[in-house]
Design a protein around this ligand. Structure first.
Ligand code: HEM
Length: 364
């Protein structure tokens, strides 16, 4: 990941925003979780790994299904592994400067199986966390007028807004399966070799010793633990930040008058010990035409009489041309038998302690 070209990455994220927003911008309403935050990171990661053509509704549904651990999760995993194995085989014969190409060229001499398993770890680690981060920042913009006006007025930059949410709502609340390799002491506690440890960024980020006032504006401070720390600190953090920053900025450039369609209290989360996932973010906005995916996102020159309340960059923006809009994608067939999303309104109470434990663990 050290070889990432961030200028190129920002360009891919911008294009992906255009593609994803083109799918709903003419409707005047959307669910920014199901139609945006869950799509953008997958569109970008397919490009980063080296398989831009694999991005579609199918792979997004498969990743979501796999992460939920439903009865079709194994089939969804097989769908994703099939795409990654095809990518690995292609790169063996046709080397390219993408993540799959770098893994194949790695001096460790990885087998095809090792390359495709690495690709899966990276794809899923990147997808889930970045989708959560993007959804959390968008939710904050929509529910908190002060937060939004600080962004509009330039008192807060988009990177600062992203960092604030990494403090307040780290995408992974807890990460488990760490084992002490030797006897040691941590925070005054004796840890024995082989002890299992939980690493929990969410409580760490509100530890009064590092953050006496949990409501304080952290002003871009990056000393939170949302990406972990030490030798295993998230190697993809700057990719995640870039997707979230461009994803928020470009969406608000395209849809500056976007507003929440429900009361804040109606927004539901699925929660588990590991993460908190916003279920949906219904919004409405002035319907707008599709835009050329090669242009930078903008709301200028579109329908008149708009409320232009989103300006975070001083530079004048190029005029929009309606040239080469993305064709509307054909509705995708389901990849695997993906069940309908779980109802979030009134979940049926689990019947026994094991089911209650599973529900708590998985968060749904
Ligand atoms: C904003 C989004 C992200 C968050 C909050 C996040 C968070 C984390 C955390 C907390 C860890 C464990 C760190 C530790 O054990 O100390 C981790 C590991 C990892 N992350 Fe991320 N991550 C994000 C995005 C990404 C992206 C975009 C990629 C890939 C491009 C990625 C790839 C990885 C990998 C491969 C590991 C395992 C590292 C290791 O075990 O050595 N992550 N991430």
């Amino acid at each position: 990941m050290a070889a990432t070209d961030f200028r190129g990455l920002r360009r891919h994220v911008n294009r992906s925003v255009q593609r994803v927003v083109n799918r709903f911008c003419e409707e005047g309403e959307a669910d920014l979780v199901g139609q945006y935050a869950e799509h953008l990171p997958m569109a970008v990661m397919c490009q980063v790994l080296g398989m831009p053509d694999e991005y579609n509704d199918r792979i997004v549904q498969a990743a979501r299904d796999m992460l939920r651990g439903t009865e079709t999760a194994i089939a969804s995993n097989a769908y994703i592994m099939d795409a990654l194995q095809r990518l690995t085989a292609r790169r063996r014969v046709e080397p390219m400067d993408d993540f799959a190409g770098h893994l194949i060229a790695h001096p460790a001499g990885l087998t095809d199986e090792e390359v495709s398993q690495h690709l899966r770890v990276v794809l899923i680690a990147a997808y889930e966390a970045t989708a959560n981060l993007l959804a959390n920042v968008l939710r904050q913009v929509l529910i908190d007028p002060r937060f939004r006006s600080q962004l509009n007025g330039g008192q807060m930059t988009v990177p600062q807004a992203v960092e604030q949410l990494l403090w307040d709502e780290p995408p992974f609340s807890t990460i488990f399966a760490y084992y002490a390799k030797q006897d040691t002491e941590l925070g005054g506690r004796r840890i024995r070799k082989g002890d299992a440890l939980l690493f929990a960024p969410a409580p760490a980020n509100v530890d009064p010793r590092v953050r006496p006032d949990p409501t304080a504006d952290m002003q871009g401070n990056r000393s939170h633990l949302a990406f972990g720390g030490g030798p295993h600190e998230c190697p993809g953090q700057d990719i995640g930040r870039t997707i979230a920053e461009v994803g928020v900025d470009a969406l608000l450039m395209r849809l500056p008058d976007v507003e929440l369609s429900v009361d804040e209290e109606e927004l539901a989360f699925t929660e588990s010990i590991a993460s908190r996932h916003l279920v949906s973010l219904p919004v409405h906005f002035t319907p707008r035409p599709q835009q050329d995916v090669r242009k930078r996102p903008t709301h200028e020159n579109d329908a008149p009489a708009q409320q232009r309340d989103w300006h975070i960059e001083a530079a004048p923006r190029p005029a929009v041309t309606a040239a080469e809009p993305e064709p509307r994608p054909a509705p995708a067939e389901p990849p695997v038998p993906v069940p309908p999303p779980p109802a979030v309104t009134e979940p049926t109470p689990p019947r026994n302690a094991w089911q209650r434990f599973l529900r708590w663990w998985r968060g749904y």
